[in-house]
Design a protein around this ligand. Sequence first.
Ligand code: IPM
Ligand code: MG
Length: 367
Amino acid sequence: MSTPSLLILPGDGIGPEVMAEVVRIIDWYGDKRGLKFDVTTDLVGGAAYDVHGVPLADETMAKAQEVDAVLLGAVGGPKYDVLDFSVKPERGLLRLRKEMDLFANLRPAQCFDALADFSSLKKDVVAGLDIMIVRELTSGIYFGEPRGIITEGNERVGINTQRYTESEIRRVAIAAFELAMKRNKKLTSMEKANVMESGILWRDVVNEVAADYPEVEVGHMYADNGAMQLVRAPKQFDVIVTDNLFGDILSDCAAMLTGSLGMLPSASLGAPMENGRPKAMYEPVHGSAPDIAGQGKANPIACILSFAMALRYSFNEGEEATRLEKAIEKVLADGVRTGDLLAGEGVTPVSTSGMGDAILAALDASL
Ligand code: IPM
Ligand code: MG
């Protein structure tokens, strides 16, 4: 097979600095494990707007469609708040998700032992937590029509539409059941079937798919109760499947259970390509964090763990993914901390590249 290709889109804010550490990890795999990647770098978000006047150039979109996987940093920043909605940095990200048809967004929330104290919840509630949120990513209220701001009489009306077809629900449900089969065979679906027709359909279709997975224990929860349960007793969950908007909110909530938003990776997967690999984009769950951008303070772990997910889900290198995850676990156990992970006094934070150095050293030690 030809050398696998990666498109790297560092984006805005802390995106470029955390992605720089990922590039060092990629190089390590090329040098030490013979895993070479053909890497191209391009612009997305505000960085693309500054050059092209749009948050994602057509040529970049075309490249994203061709490569084996896209790695994205983060988009957005206060500088771009004034832009028209249609060219805001986030539109670049949403265009990638939509046009690549990345319908299954995997957002694992894992609490590293060394960080259980950093959670805002009690240690015993989160220690050992390992859940996977599967968020539908290409439909629902994020994309539904009609949408817009119209004028009715003498006032403005903001409109968005929650809309799901059966097939959209079915394919993400199948992705979630497949994951559940590889994990603990437990799946919780979250919607608002008590108030939304789209929620009733969601529940129906999940139950239809469940018939093909008799080994999986399926539960349904209203999303508001799900949010409450996530902070009350998160370890009751294993795989959670939910729509685009609920998934956005519940995954931020789940992320914080683990101590820091700076720790959580994600994979957005679509249908298999001709070479059998899924269409895929990998990105940290955190945003562009403009308040600390450019200062070398950001935690690169979420972005590095996103590359680990790429190794596992795009390149069938599960063992190498585990090697990288173990290296990060070791570094954290050794007490290496970026600023976001410092709860107590007397610990000096390492810089973004300092964290990269420590992870590379742990990778070397793993050989
Ligand atoms: C996320 C983000 C995005 C979303 C934004 C940046 C468009 O919050 O990936 O969770 O709402 O999906
Ligand atoms: Mg979000």
